[in-house]
Write a protein that binds this ligand. Structure first.
Ligand SMILES: Cc1ncc(COP(=O)(O)O)c(C=O)c1O
Length: 341
């Protein structure tokens, strides 16, 4: 039997219709003189995010790194939430690429606030690094898909602006945040100098991200992307998948949220696990019994047909997505209950 794959919302396979859109895409050489489908995607994304322009990237990591490199200079400090993707999962990229030091801000729930930002800004002094930018993540992956509300974002933007700092928004799952709040994505980007969004997560694309920004940042962003090896030639084949996803898969994201809630509800009947209350498509599952380690339980679940990833010694992460149904989620909850009886 095919396992129910809840490891990530990146495991989706492009549908037949998405593959058709890719096959039929009009393409050019995007590095040489432009690719029409890629340009169409960039304009669509800029519009959706309420930004002036956007650039297509092979990955969210490269788009994040470009955003940070745009705003900072070596030897300065980047303020961000302590468990951000940029801190843990980009191989110290901001240190290696932009030459900046991370200033991690611990929070109870993954949500950076204006007051927390103010609290870590250092007075200018010849003895301490200058802060050059602030980064936020919405939704916050390690905090279980936690949504940053527009008023909280506004607080961060104000605190940053008062200190003359730009804000980068890692919106790999901004689509989920917008769907959870019932707001257009552009409502969640106000005041951000750069916004990264991904197509390879909740939207079901094989690859791809965009970085959106003011028009004047385009040429510098282009150079940084090129330096990082992110210039792609007939990228319209990939951009077509993203355009297809924005047209067909964006509005169904709430189904993933319903499935995550259902999974958490069903798991809450099982005394050996403590599921989080998901706001979007991520459920964190804490193992209650001391003898249950993440690695051991993951191996047993895999044998029984459910795939999840570890997120701590006794914490698992399950993510709902386009390729898992309500029935899959119900079955997954039954399997967890049986394995951890
Ligand atoms: C919050 C967040 N930011 C950035 C990324 C990086 O995206 P990519 O895997 O496309 O490099 C991810 C990937 O899972 C993510 O969850």
């Amino acid at each position: 039997m095919t396992p129910i794959d809840l490891r990530s919302d990146t495991v989706t396979r492009p549908s037949a219709a998405m593959r058709r859109a890719m096959a039929e895409a009009e393409v050019g050489d995007d590095v040489l003189d432009g690719d029409p489908t890629t340009r169409c995607l960039e304009e669509r994304v800029a519009e959706l995010l309420g930004q002036e322009d956007a650039l297509f990237f092979p990955s969210g990591t490269q788009a994040n790194q470009t955003g940070i490199a745009l705003h900072t200079r070596p030897g300065t400090e980047l303020v961000l939430e302590a468990n951000a993707h940029l801190v843990h999962y980009e191989i110290a990229g901001v240190a290696a690429i932009a030459g900046v030091q991370i200033r991690p801000v611990p929070t109870p729930d993954g949500v950076l606030t204006g007051d927390l930002v103010r609290g870590v800004l250092r007075p200018v002094s010849p003895h301490v690094p200058r802060t050059s930018a602030v980064a936020v993540e919405n939704t916050h992956n390690a905090a279980g898909g936690k949504v940053m509300r527009p008023e909280v974002m506004a607080g961060v933007v104000t605190a940053a602006a008062q200190a003359g700092l730009p804000v980068h928004l890692d919106g790999a799952r901004l689509w989920n945040a917008a769907a959870a709040l019932g707001l257009p994505p552009a409502r969640l980007t106000t005041g951000a100098a750069t916004v990264m969004v991904a197509f390879s997560k909740g939207l079901g694309c094989p690859v791809g991200s965009c970085l959106a920004f003011r028009k004047e940042l385009r040429s510098r962003a282009w150079e940084i992307r090129k330096r990082l090896g992110g210039g792609m030639r007939q990228s319209g084949i990939l951009a077509a998948a993203a355009l297809y996803a924005l047209a067909h898969n964006l509005t169904r994201i709430t189904e993933d949220h319903e499935n995550a809630r259902l999974l958490a509800e069903r798991l809450s009947d099982c005394p050996t696990v403590r599921p989080s209350v998901p706001e979007t498509n991520i459920v964190m599952i804490d193992l209650v019994r001391e003898q249950d380690s993440s690695d051991m339980v993951i191996a047993k679940l895999a044998q029984a047909g459910v795939l999840v990833v570890p997120f701590g010694p006794r914490r698992l992460r399950a993510v709902t997505h386009l390729d898992v149904s309500r029935q899959d989620v119900e079955r997954a909850a039954e399997i967890v209950a049986t394995v951890l009886r």
